[in-house]
Design a protein around this ligand. Sequence first.
Ligand code: APR
Length: 169
Amino acid sequence: MEHRIRLIKGDITSIQADAIVNAANRTLLGGGGVDGAIHRAAGPELLEACRLLNGCETGQAKITPGFLLPAHYVIHTVGPVWSGGNKNEPELLKNCYRSSLELALEKGLKSIAFPNISTGVYRFPKDLAAEIAIETVMQFLDENGPDMEVLFVVFDQENETLYNSLLET
Ligand code: APR
C-alpha cells in the first residue's frame, strides 16, 4: 500500500498540518528543544492549556489547541529517556507514535507532523529511533486506512540522512 508519508527538513512550528507533535516532558510545562520552540511559537495560552492537563506519562499523548501556531492542534507526547536500551525504551518510543496517531484518528485529523522524538535531550540513538518511528507509522497506516498524512519533520542532518535512506527502501 502506498503510504502518505512525507519527509520535511525544517522547523515544525511552521508546518501547517492539522496537528504537530511536541516532544514534551512529563510535566507538560515546557522545556528546551522542540518543546521550547513550540511553546514560543504558540504563545502563552499553550502553557495555560497544558497546566490543565495534569502532566502526561511516558509513551502517552494529550492534545491541546495550537493557538498562534499554523497547526490547529498540538499533540504532546513524552518520549523515553535513553538509558542503555534495557528499560523498555524502544517500546515506550513506539507507544509515543502510536498514542499520538490514535489521538489524531480519534479527533478525525487528516494530517500529523512528528519531530524526532527523544533523539535530542533524551539521547535516544537516532538510527534506532528512526526505524521505530517509520515502522510504527507504517503499521498504523496499514491498520487504519491510508487517509491520514504523516509528515516526519527532521531538524538536523543526521536525522535527515537516516530518514531519507529508510524511506527510500
Ligand atoms: N522543529 C523540529 N524539530 C526540532 C526543533 C524544531 N523547531 N527543535 C529541535 N528539534 C529536534 C531536535 O533536533 C531533535 O532531533 O527535535 C528532536 C527532539 O529533540 P528534543 O527537543 O531535545 O526532545 P527530546 O530529545 O524528546 O527531549 C525532550 O527536552 O525540551 C525538553 O521539555 C523537553 O524535557 C523534554 C526533553
